[in-house]
Design a binder for this molecule. Sequence first.
Ligand code: MN
Length: 420
Amino acid sequence: MSDFHFGYGAGGERANDPYDAFHEAVDKAKDCDLAIFAGDLFDTRDPDAETLTKAMELMIPLLLRQNDIKLIQGIGKDISKVPETALMGIPIVAIHGTHERRTKGLLNPVEALEKAGFVVYLHCNGVIFEKDGERIAIHGLSGVPDQYAESVLSNWSAAPEHGCFNIFVLHQSIAQFLYAQHTLDMHKLPKGFDLYVNGHIHEAKQADYAGKPFLLSGSLFPTQLKEESEKPKGFWIAETSVRDITSDAPKAKKTFEANGMSIYWVELENQRKTYVRTFENPTHEAVEKELERILAEKHDKKPLIRIDLKGKVRDTLAPDMEMKFGGKAILSIRKATVDSESLPTKTLEEHKLSVEEMGRKILAENLVKAGLDPKTFDGVFELLVEGKTDRAIELVSRLREKESGAQKNAKQQLLFRHGK
Ligand SMILES: [Mn+2]
């Protein structure tokens, strides 16, 4: 599972949605031997004390389960540094996602969870667990800027471990699943693993890579309101040996079976319902009727209803509906313009990230123009984003010393060319 986005909507009406969803998922996963969280556990890289505490509280039930799985080996990871509490019960193996990434040397919140003894954190390394003579190797690539994903992968050169069931976990934009700049081509991923799990993309999906299941874990609650958001969210269970788990998790649906491995999709049932409706030249009456129809169904939590209005729309429509139904539903009513229709809907947090990415791109272009290596200066940008100006200046002066040799050289060449 992935993309819990703890802290999302804090202070708002949906503030508990991430926790409620995770709570249900953990409850439905309590018969598993191992949990894998594929990034974006938190909505921000610096979650506040309330968010951190809530996340840890909700993970405790997994660690307190009766289970005799053992961490037996690290793959490029010093397992003596993993606190023992993180290996209790159903251990959680986690990577950080796009939302938690911080520059080298700064603790990200998933790494923090490992230090606190809640998870086993992976980034360009792996761990091997053993239970009843069966070995599971998990190889994790935490979220890296998409334009560097390929080079990070080739520097790491992950390979499946002999005699193990090998799982490759990542958190990237994969070209085959979405349209975006700098996506990672799926075929650049190392082959030979038994199972691939990718976070980041919020719509869950099962695909295939080199004959093996490639799972998009999807988010546990909708962060974007699209038509697909009406589908219930959930998580995947992989059974690596022959056993029918449908008796343990009654709503689990088997979606794959081969060589003794089965994949199940487990839906969350007790979460806020989402509805997306579109109206063309709507009358008050038409919208009202549909809202009444939706609200006639039983809802434990106020449903989330998005209404897109097209064509001729009276200005009073949205405020009138808000007035009449605002107490029974969380309404998002918007007039669709040509522009907003062609643009994918994004959460505020995602907009913030896009601005950051744009800034990173501009900085990279200017660095190249100045004859500097943009990769070296990535840390400077991230420190500035976090408001750590002193550390940014310190890093710049250190980098300048390193670059000054090369600069001097370039300057001399320039002077030489101009005949001075
Ligand atoms: Mn996410």
